[in-house]
Write a protein that binds this ligand. Structure first.
Ligand code: SF4
Ligand code: SF4
Length: 528
């Protein structure tokens, strides 16, 4: 049996974007499971699959993506002429929609490793979809039936020891054409510790359990309101945090560097939760602020990665993904600064209003977020702040406070403001709210957009004539005189003026101009 895995993450309609430079961790996890069962496989990204067609001779198609990637996923599945098709990843938080709109036979919901093993054991190993009775015995799936769709019970989130045994594939990275220059995500932990609840749109009885109960009690709201920030489904899909051992993470990164990877992102919904689950085991970690971060585990992981030869020589880099302000103590900022100086760190702000923040179920307040930005900046990191427009509860007063918060973030040291549109996600507390319209159709959201654009333009102007280290990806398809390059540690996409074939090379470039809100231009001044 041969499986074809198509990675559609962030491919949306399947068109190629110069700013798409990330390779998520999910596909390598699936590939790792297939390797452990000795199943032969190939990986393709959605753009290649749609541009070049699907290769022949495969028995099983696995496609992963998010809800916004459904158009690309549907196009890939419609081209498939072989055996069963399976979809996975965040798109399956609404399994029926995932099946109906992609046309797939089966959806794997939430954590996929154990589910995929059970499917293989039930018959998928022979390239055949197991019968309905067998499927009904497997948790965490949805599948087509003669009369419609059927979903089985959600799988319990894996215990830490089980999760830590799974080994994502490292050789699968070679299937991605731009793996030498892309940000390659390596999962260090899964799940979220924010079991606060959103009160907007629900008749919360204010029993206080989700903020004041014991760790075990916070897990279940008596009214069944999903845990976490109202716009997010991570706690519902993946449960409380569980961390991988530092040795396993280091082994995986060392193997990826050997394959030729240059930029690694330690992927986790909040990096400062890393190892914090160990402090409360066997209780679930359902409190986003207490206990404080597990400084020893965090420092152990970061110091062992910094000692990898290519990291130590500066020809490869690692960075973290995002953190919660509620865990950014002075001590945490200093530990991060020791190993991650000059790299970005993302921090969710979302709204500038204290009352709105509380209603959204956020783990931290706007005031705490500003303090966190200041601490991280002082420690030498480059804070990127995230806001969301069109959230339930947005009104003139929350927008005024959000515009002020964007300006204050920049004053405190935020290097970039990233604005998202509110998307209604299944399995989140706001699943019943409609998604927000584009900023152009909502004057209040437009004010947030303009404030973010002003802040980002100022940050780019500050970069002019500065020098940053980049890794070159490929020629720019809209202007063949330029090369697309990604900063090794921090900064926007750089269009490098050069006729030389520098793909895969690490360069220092001087920033010469601003090409757009997302890109600058530069010229090479040194090569490594
Ligand atoms: S959201 Fe649920 S657990 Fe939290 S206070 Fe309200 S009723 Fe209680
Ligand atoms: S947005 Fe972040 S803090 Fe909030 S529930 Fe999702 S992962 Fe947790």
């Amino acid at each position: 049996m041969k499986a074809l895995i198509v990675d559609a993450l962030a491919s949306e309609k399947g068109e190629r974007k110069a700013t798409r430079d990330a390779i998520g961790a999910g596909t390598r996890s699936v590939a790792g499971v297939l390797e452990s069962r000795r199943v032969d496989y190939t990986v393709l990204d959605a753009e290649s699959a749609l541009g070049e067609g699907l290769p022949q001779g495969y028995d099983l198609l696995l496609v992963s993506g998010m809800t916004q990637d459904i158009p690309a996923m549907r196009r890939v599945i419609s081209m498939w002429k072989g055996g069963p098709t399976i979809v996975g990843g965040p798109v399956t938080s609404d399994p029926e929609q995932a099946l109906r709109r992609t046309g797939s036979d089966l959806a794997v919901v939430g954590e996929g490793e154990e589910t995929l093993i059970e499917l293989l054991q039930a018959g998928l190993n022979d390239g055949v979809l197991p019968g309905v009775e067998a499927l009904r015995g497997i948790r965490g799936i949805a599948f087509k039936t003669e009369t419609g769709y059927e979903a089985t019970q959600l799988r319990r989130s894996m215990p830490r020891a089980v999760y830590d045994q799974f080994k994502p594939s490292t050789s699968a990275i070679g299937y991605y054409s731009l793996f030498r220059s892309a940000r390659v995500y390596v999962e260090v932990r899964r799940g979220c510790s924010n079991d606060h609840r959103a009160s907007l749109g629900h008749s919360c009885e204010s029993c206080g359990i989700c903020k004041g109960g014991s760790l075990g009690e916070r897990y279940d709201c008596p009214l069944g309101i999903p845990p976490g920030c109202g716009y997010c489904s991570v706690p519902s899909l993946y449960g409380p945090p569980k961390s991988r051992s530092a040795q396993h993470v280091r082994d995986e990164i060392a193997a990826l560097l050997k394959e030729g990877v240059t930029r690694v992102v330690l992927s986790a919904p909040c990096f400062l939760d890393y190892g914090r689950d160990l402090l409360v085991e066997p209780e679930p970690l359902t409190d986003p602020r207490s206990p404080e971060p597990n400084y020893g585990e965090i420092e152990g992981l970061l110091s062992s990665l910094a000692s990898l030869p290519r990291m130590a020589s500066g020809t490869a880099s690692f960075m973290i993904e995002n953190i919660k302000a509620s865990l950014v103590t002075e001590k945490a900022a200093k530990v991060l600064g020791r190993y991650l100086g000059g790299t970005p760190v993302s921090i969710g702000f979302e709204t500038g209003s204290e009352a709105h923040s509380e209603q959204l179920g956020r783990p931290s307040t706007p005031r705490e977020t500003l303090t966190a930005i200041r601490r991280l900046k002082r420690a030498g990191l480059k804070p990127y702040v995230y806001f969301i427009h069109g959230l339930p509860g947005q009104n003139e007063s929350t927008v005024n406070e959000t515009v002020r918060a964007i300006e204050s973030s920049v004053e405190e040291g935020a290097e970039r403001v990233i604005l998202y549109r509110f998307q209604s996600l299944p399995m989140s507390a706001f699943s019943g709210h409609p998604s927000a319209p584009p900023t152009i159709r909502d004057p209040l959201s437009r004010r947030i957009h303009e404030a973010a654009a002003r802040a980002n333009m100022r940050a780019k102007e500050d970069m002019l004539r500065g020098v940053i280290r980049v890794v070159v990806a490929e020629r720019y398809d809209r202007d063949r005189r330029l090369l697309v390059a990604y900063p090794l540690r921090h900064g926007p996409v750089v269009l490098v003026e050069s006729a030389e074939p520098l793909e895969g090379k690490v360069l220092d470039v001087e920033i010469t101009g601003i090409a757009s809100e997302r890109m600058v231009t530069g010229r090479p001044v040194a090569m490594f």
